[in-house]
Design a binder for this molecule. Structure first.
Ligand code: ADE
Length: 224
């Protein structure tokens, strides 16, 4: 997979995408992540990327030209499956959307700032608008990092058996069961006996029951 991210704050993305599983996924060749600084595409003298909004009102709007030039350069080089805009008024990200995106070849992700991007960018280029939750971030970068992390870890081969996504919360619309490691007894707080029994079918049954119980208690909406 190839992911091109358009941003005015590249540093915000470099950190989260250059460590741990995201680092390994790139080193192993499962994903290529290219970060483009929108400012580099500005034809203005001051390299500006935003301007006052027509009709008045507080807050700047990201201009069409640098974003359009960057998107057009990329789309002239290869075909993209989706051109995504990160925005609080987009479709709320969930695991099934991540599963779907993990099997595509090429993605562009545009990070907004200020009051957002000129509506014509959305009308002309964007194929999917994604929000990571019902709150407003200072910009789309942290949302894009969340999206990339959640998608890339689902690409076959990125996770090994130990970190397999198959047992994640949400993968079957259930939350993950509780987990324990050494010691068996911490100041009188014991690990459930069943996990020490060695009876694998019984352990699986217990884990499933715990998942259902947790989901009923914490996220009953997932069971609808
Ligand atoms: N940009 C600002 N807020 C956002 C959100 N909640 N999700 C995605 N992008 C955003």
């Amino acid at each position: 997979m190839r992911i091109d991210i358009l941003t005015i704050l590249p540093k915000l993305l470099e950190g989260p995408l250059s460590d741990s599983i995201m680092k390994r996924a790139q080193e192993k060749g499962h994903v290529e992540i290219h970060i483009h600084n929108i400012r580099d595409y500005s034809t203005q003298k001051q390299k500006s990327v935003d301007d006052y909004q027509y009709g008045g009102g507080a807050g700047m709007v990201m201009m069409i030209q640098p974003i359009a030039d960057c998107i057009e350069k990329l789309t002239s080089e290869r075909k993209y499956d989706e051109i995504i805009y990160m925005t609080p008024d987009g479709e709320v990200l969930d695991q099934s959307m991540c599963n779907g995106l993990s099997s595509v070849e090429n993605l562009i992700i545009l990070c907004g700032h200020y009051k957002g991007v000129d509506q014509r960018i959305r009308d002309l280029f964007i194929t999917k608008e994604i929000s990571i939750g019902s709150y407003v971030l200072s910009g789309g970068e942290l949302g894009a990092a969340v999206l990339v992390d959640a998608v890339v870890r689902l690409i076959p081969g990125v996770l090994n058996d130990e970190t397999s996504a198959l047992t994640d919360s949400f993968q079957d619309n259930l939350l993950a069961p509780p987990v324990y490691t050494r010691p068996e007894d911490y100041k009188g707080h014991k690990v459930p006996d069943i996990l020490l029994s060695g009876n694998l079918p019984k352990i699986e049954e217990w884990r499933h029951e715990q998942s259902v119980k947790r989901t009923e208690e914490r996220r009953p909406d997932l069971l609808d």
